[in-house]
Design a protein around this ligand. Structure first.
Ligand SMILES: [Zn+2]
Length: 298
């Protein structure tokens, strides 16, 4: 009898931390938050630190963030230097659990910034990489919460299938633009993975982080490049300052093709409230603007 009581006590202690039975998961930024949510469904209590339209490169964690981390069972980050503020936050919160880096297993692109040996963190802009994120998320959730593991695996399968179709659709859309016209200007270098995967050239006044600043010389060089290559399509980004792009529009005779979602989702009800709708929003804008680029050979 005493043995049974003891076993019961151990069981209850293991579950007591989460009376509602839900795994407490903290995710660094909104795009990753959506992906974790797609796999997890309603089975976890999800806290996203950098929310809709927030800049994950430059973020000041709050005391509430530290509290969320201190109570977390599992933490997901992008890695590749995206969340420079995370290590200090984890340390100060006292979180001792696992930190899952969802870019594990992707082939990272190097940052094009001068003299930099850093990696470009924006790997989610290639849907094939997004699928690797989903695989890593699924493995981590299934391991941390065995009771719901089959549900995570099922959700993952359905989601991966949708991502396959989305990837196919992106390729078809981009292919409607003649290859010589596939050039656009965005604010910061967030689309190199998209560029590599789908054959579009992106040129940006800022490097792979929004923390850098474009000098007058950088801007003059870019204006020359825009004129020479006859690029007319420039884009705002939802989470960066629009002044640089407005300057290009005025000085280089370009036109603004719209706002691209690069590092953050929109709020729910907006243009891009989830990872898939980010592509559904960005790609038609890119295609419409690139078609208008004059043929550089004329
Ligand atoms: Zn970025």
């Amino acid at each position: 009898m005493r043995k049974i009581v003891l076993i019961l006590m151990i069981c209850c202690t293991a579950f007591a931390a989460h009376a509602d039975g839900k795994l407490k998961v903290v995710v660094s930024f909104s795009i990753l938050g959506d992906m974790v949510g797609q796999v997890a469904g309603d089975n976890v209590e999800l806290k996203v630190l950098v929310g809709p339209n927030g800049d994950v490169h430059e973020y000041d964690p709050t005391p509430a963030d530290a509290k969320s981390l201190a109570n977390a069972d599992l933490v997901f980050i992008n890695g590749l230097g995206l969340e420079g503020w995370m290590e200090r936050l984890i340390k100060s919160s006292g979180y001792k659990g696992q930190v899952i880096v969802v870019t594990k297993g992707i082939t990272p692109l190097s940052s094009l910034e001068r003299g930099s040996k850093a990696f470009d963190p924006h790997a989610w802009q290639n849907i094939e990489n997004g699928k690797i994120y989903v695989g890593n998320i699924t493995d981590a959730l299934a391991l941390a919460d065995k009771i719901n593991s089959s549900q995570y695996k099922n959700n993952s399968k359905v989601y991966l299938n949708k991502l396959d179709n989305l990837d196919k659709w992106v390729r078809e859309e981009i292919n409607t633009v003649p290859p010589t016209k596939r050039k656009v200007i965005s604010t910061h270098d967030a689309f190199q993975y998209f560029a590599h995967a789908y054959g579009v050239e992106f040129i940006a006044p800022l490097g792979v982080s929004t923390e850098s600043e474009a000098t007058a010389a950088d801007m003059a060089k870019l204006i020359d490049q825009i004129r020479q290559q006859k690029i007319t399509a420039v884009f705002f980004e939802n989470m960066t300052d629009s002044r640089l792009i407005k300057q290009l529009e005025a000085d280089a005779g370009a036109f603004v093709g719209g706002t691209l979602y690069s590092d953050a989702l929109s709020a729910s009800g907006g243009d891009a409230p989830d990872y898939m709708s980010m592509f559904k929003h960005n790609v038609p804008l890119l295609v419409a603007a690139m078609i208008k680029n004059p043929n550089p050979n004329n």
